[in-house]
Design a protein around this ligand. Structure first.
Ligand SMILES: [Zn+2]
Length: 74
């Protein structure tokens, strides 16, 4: 059982309305999350950035209702 708590907290609103894919309850503990750290250099064409940041964050959670683990990907 992973007990690591990551202090880098990503306040993404949608993350907290996530539901357990196993039982459907929105009642879970966030264990840790991480963000991919790939640098996407902006490329401007006619004043528009055509190379947007594609980093995603992943949060590992444990359902407090059924006890199963699942991940939320932003
Ligand atoms: Zn569950």
């Amino acid at each position: 059982m992973e007990k690591t708590i990551n202090c880098v907290y990503q306040p993404v609103k949608e993350l907290h309305s996530a539901k357990c894919p196993h039982c459907g309850e929105s009642y879970y503990q966030e264990n840790h999350s991480y963000v991919t750290a790939v640098y996407y250099p902006p490329i401007y064409k006619n004043g528009v950035n055509i190379n947007p940041n594609r980093n995603t964050s992943t949060t590992h959670c444990t359902c407090m209702n059924c006890g199963k683990d699942f991940t939320i990907t932003d």
